[in-house]
Design a protein around this ligand. Sequence first.
Ligand SMILES: [Zn+2]
Length: 1180
Amino acid sequence: MRLRMSSMIFGGAVSLATLVLLYQVLSLPPETHPPREEKDILSLESRLQRLESDIKSNQHTISEIKSLVRQLANSNSRANSLLGPQYGVVSGKKFARSSINAVNIAEVPGLDLPHRSSPVPVHYNLTYAAVMQDDCIFAQSGPSTADIQMEAVYTLLEFDNPDGGAWKQGWNIKYDAAQWSSEKKLKVFIVPHSHNDPGWIKTYEHYYSDQTRHILDNMAEKLPQDQRRKFIWAEISYLSMWWDQQPESIRDTMRRLVDRGQLEIVTGGWVMNDEANTHYFAMLEQMVEGHEWLKLNLGVKPNNGWAIDPFGETPTMSYLLKRMGLENMLIQRVHYSVKKHLAREKSLEFKWRQAWDSGSTTEIFCHMMPFYSYDIPHTCGPDPKVCCQFDFRRLPGSGVTCPWRVPPQPISDVNVESRSKLLLDQYRKKAQLFRTNVLLVPLGDDFRYVRPEEWDNQFMNYQKIFDFLNSQEELHVEAQFGTLADYFRAVHEESDSPGGEEQEVFPSLSGDFFTYADRDDHYWSGYYTSRPFHKNLDRVLEGYLRGAEILYSVMLGTQSMMGKIFPELTDSLMARMVMARRNLALFQHHDGITGTARDHVVVDYANKLLRSIDNCQHIIQQATHYLLSIDQLSYVSDPGAVYYELGEKYTEHNKIASKMVLGLQDGSSVPVVIYNPDSHHRRELLTIRTSNMYHISHLQIVGKKEMPAPCQVDPVFIHSGEASHTMFDVTFLVDAPALSLTTYTIKAVEPSRVNSELVSYAKVIVRSMVAPSVPSIFTVSEEKSKEPFTLHNEHLQATFRSSGLLQSMTTQGHTAPVSLEFIKYGVKNHRETSGAYLFLPDKEAELIPVGQAGVVLIQGPIMSTVSTQLKHILHMVKIKNSPGVDGMGIDISNLVDITVERNFEFAMRLNTEIKNDNLFYTDLNGFQIIKRVRYSKLPLQANYYPVPSQAFIQDKDNRLSLLCAQPLGGASLKSGQLEVMMDRRLTQDDNRGLGQGVLDNILTPNTFRLLLEPRINAKESGSSHEGLAAFPSLLAHAGVHSLLYPLYSLLPTAKTGPMQSSWDVGGTLPCDVHMVNLRTMVDPPRATVGHNSHLTPHPPGSISSLTLHRLGFDCGFKSPGLSCSTNGGKVRLSELFPNMFSEQVHQMSLSMLYEGVDMTKSYTLSLQPMELYTFRLIRS
Ligand SMILES: [Zn+2]
C-alpha cells in the first residue's frame, strides 16, 4: 500500500513539473504586430531564451523532485494518502509573474477635487486581477461523476409520505434466514453512546455538573469491570472539563481504555458542530481545538466521524474529516424520503465525494443511519415498539417508559431465548438495508448512562443476549459490544475480501443533505435564521479570532527571530486566545449557532462570545503595540495594558456594538493604526468616528509618506431627525498591504496649513420628512419630488424609489432592475407550528407596505448613504466611491426589530429579470457553492436553504450575488427572485424538545453586499447549469472576505507612546489563495517552580499551523477592484514570511495530527483548486 502510494505521488509530481514547463513555454506575453518574419524570429529568439532558462530551472526542479521522492518514501503512509494526488512540489525558481499578461496595477494617482463645496466624484484608476488563463479551466471542467448525485435523487423522488407500517417511513422488510451461514454470519456491533449537548435546555456548565460528569465518572468505573464492554465519546469540551478534575490514576485508566479499544473517541471535535450555519473557519477551529487536546492529553487520533444530531449534513464536513485523516463517518438526520430511497438501493453506505472533485481523492466512507432517530427505539431495527423493549434504561420502575406501551423485561434464563430471537429478527431486518453482513446498532440517547444502574442494566442484559445468540450455531449470528472503529473495521474486512473489491461494493455520492425533514412537511429550515443576532455575533468573533491568531503568531515569530521572547506577554495572551477559541468552538454546537437553545442558554453563549471578542481585541492591540514598537529588543511588556482601542466595542450581550469615538482637539494629531488581516493588498474605505467639531473644518488625514488623503465628513444621526453636534463620521480610503499595520494620522490643523479641497462635507437631503437639525457645516435640503432618484460612483449606479428602496442597478455598463422589498410570513394555524427549528409558513409571503417613508440621503464624493426607517427596520444602503472591492457593489445594512409582532417571520426580497428559472446557488459553510433546484412538488419551507455566506441567481447574461456577513436562511421561490430571512418571532414550541418559542428577539444587525456581475461572454445556450458545482467570481470571494475579515482600526490611548508607522508580513498570496488561519499551537501545561511557582495551562509552543485554501472561482466575470494575480496556485512560504519561521516546513493533515512531507520554506508549492492545506511552521 505504502509503495503504491509513493509511486503515485512521484508520478503526480513529475507530470506537474511537465505541465509547469509547458505552461511557461505557452504563456509568453502576447506579441505586438511586427512584420511576419521579424515576428517569427523574435518569437523564436524569445522561446530559445525561455527554453535556456527553463533548462536551468528544470535541473533544479528535478533535484527537488528527487529529494521529495526520497522523503515521501520515508514519511508516514497516512499522511501520504492525505497529501498524495493533490500535492505537488515544483520548481524552486520564483514563478515568473512576468509571464502573466500585463494588467493595469497602477497606484492611485493624484486626486482631483476641484471645489470642496461642490463635491465631484473622486477619480481612481481601476485595477483588475491578473488571471492566468489556465486557472479558469477548473471551474469550466465537467461535473462530478459520482454514482449517486443528490440533485438527481431529488428530481426522482415523489416526496410522498405513505404509511410504511411498523417502520412508518419505510416498508415492511422481509428476509430469508438462509442468506446467513456458519461461514457467513451476521456480525452485530452494539455501540453504547451518550449524546451530550454542550448547552441546550441547560447551559454547558449546568449539564456538566448535573449529568455529564457522572456519565464520565461511571465510564471510568464501569468499563474496566469487563473488557468486552465498549463505549464511544464525541464531545471534547466535556471530556476536557472532566479531565481537569481527575487525579492522574483516573487519567491513566482512561488512557488504558482508549489503548485497549474499549473507549473510542469519535470525531474528536470540541463539540458536534452544526453543519448549516457554520463557517469552515470555525468548523476547522473547533476540530483543531479538540484534536490538539486529544494529542496532548490522551495521545489519540480519531478515525471515525459521528454526527447523530446536526439537522442536515454538509459535504464540507466530510471534506474536512477526510483531510484531517479520518477514514469513516456516520450521519443521521437526513430527510426521511432520502433515507428510504437510499435504503431501497442499499446505498446507505457510500463514499461521499465533493461535487467539484472530478476524481475520487476527496471520498470518505459514510454510513447513514436508516431510521427516524438515534434513540434506542429507532436503532435496533425497523420496529420501534420492539426496539424500545431492549432499552434497559426503561425497565419497569425506572421512571422512564416506552411510548409503545410494551416495557422491557430483564433478561433471565427463562426468557433469554424468546427475547434474543425477537431482537435478532429486528437485526436481520435492518441488515437487509446494507450491502455487508455487518450491522451497526447504536445504543444510547441524550445524556444517557448518568447512573451506575443504567450501565449495569444495559451491559449485563445485553451480554446475556449476546451469550445466548452466539451459543446458537444455527442462528449464524455473532453479536457483541463494539466501538464505531470495530464496526467499520469489520465492514471493510468483508468488502475488501476476495470477490468484494471495495471499489465496487459501495457507490460514490456527491451533494448534501439539506433541507432536513424528520416527518410530514416538517422541514428544519427555521434554524437557518433563528436568533440572527447571535449568528451575526458568531461571524464577528470569527473575524476577530482569526485576526488575533495571525497577529499573535507573527508577533511570536518576530520575537523568536529577534532572539528575545517575552513569556509573561505571550503566555498571558495565549490564555486569552485559548478562551476565545473554546468559546467560539462551543458556539458551533448544533444548539448554539443554530439558535435552538433556551433563552438563558442563549444569553450564556452570548456572554461567552462577548468576552471572547474582548480578549481577541486585547490580543490584537497588544501584538500591534509590540510589532510597531521602535525597538523590539528593549520592549517592555505589560500584558494587561490597553495601548489601542478597537474601533468598535461589544459591551452587552444583547446590544449592537458601539463605535469608539476618537477624541480630536484643536491642534491634535492622532495616529490611527489600520490592521489588514487579509493576505492580499486592500484598498477600501474606512470610517472613523471622531469627536468635537471645534476645528473640524481643518481636518486632515495623512497616510503613508505624509501623503494627505481626501476624506468625507458625515453627520451622525442619534435619533431620526437629529444629528449629533459632537460626533462625526470621517471616511477615507485606506491602502493596506497584505497582513499589515498601517498608520493614518488624523490631524486638526491650522486652517492655513491644510488643503481644504481634500475635506468634503456631506450634503443631507431628506424626502417625505421634516429637515433634521444638523451641525452647520452640513447643508440640508428637502426634496419634494416623488420621483425615483439615482446615486452613482465611478463604477456603479443605483436608482431608488422615492421610498428609499432600491429599484435598479448599473454595473460595468449594464443596467438591470433589482427591486428590493420586505416581506413577511405567518404561521400555520395547526397543531404543529413554526418554532426555533421548523419553518411552517401559512402561505406565500406577503409584501409589507412601505407607505410614504421618510428617506435621509447623505451624499458626498467618497460615499453616499440612503437611510429609510420603516416599521421593523432601519434600512441603509451605501454606495462607496472606492477603487477596491467595496466600490463594486452596494452595501446594505439592516437593523431589524420585530419585537412588536407575534408569529412573524421577516425577510428581504430582491426582484430581478434574471432568468434563473428554478435554479439558484447557495454556499455551504463559506467553503463551496452548491446548486439548488426549486421544486414545486415540495412545500415552500423545503425550498429554503442555508445561506452561510452568499447566494446568487444567474442567467446567461448576469449574476446577482447577495454576500452575507452572517448566516441566514434563503430561497429563490420564483424565477428572478432571491430572498433572505432576517428574523423570526414565534410564540410557540415546535415539539422538538426545546419547550419554548422564540421570543427573545433583539435589535439585530444584518449586513450584505449586493453584486451585479455581467458575464464577459454570455453563454450561447439559455441557462447553462452543468453539474452541481459552481463557483463565485474573484470579486465575490474578495467581497465575502471584506465582510468577514474587515479592516480593523486601532485608536491610540494615553499609554501608546511613540510608534513606528507601519509593519507588514512581507509577502502576499495569489488572488485565489486565502490564508484561512495562522495558529500557534499550545504545549502541555508548564509548571514554573521556585518561590513564585504557578502553572501555565496553555503555554504557546514553537509550532504554528498555517492553513491555506485555494479558492475555486468562475472566470466568466471581471474582477474590478482587485490588484492581485493568479499563477496556477503557486505559493512559496519563504516569500510569504521572508522574515520569520525556520527553513524546516512540514505539510500536515488539516488538524495537525498526521505528518506529511517535509520540505523547506523556499519550495514552490502547487496548490490545487478548492483544496485546503496545512503546514507546520517552526519558530526560528
Ligand atoms: Zn444534540
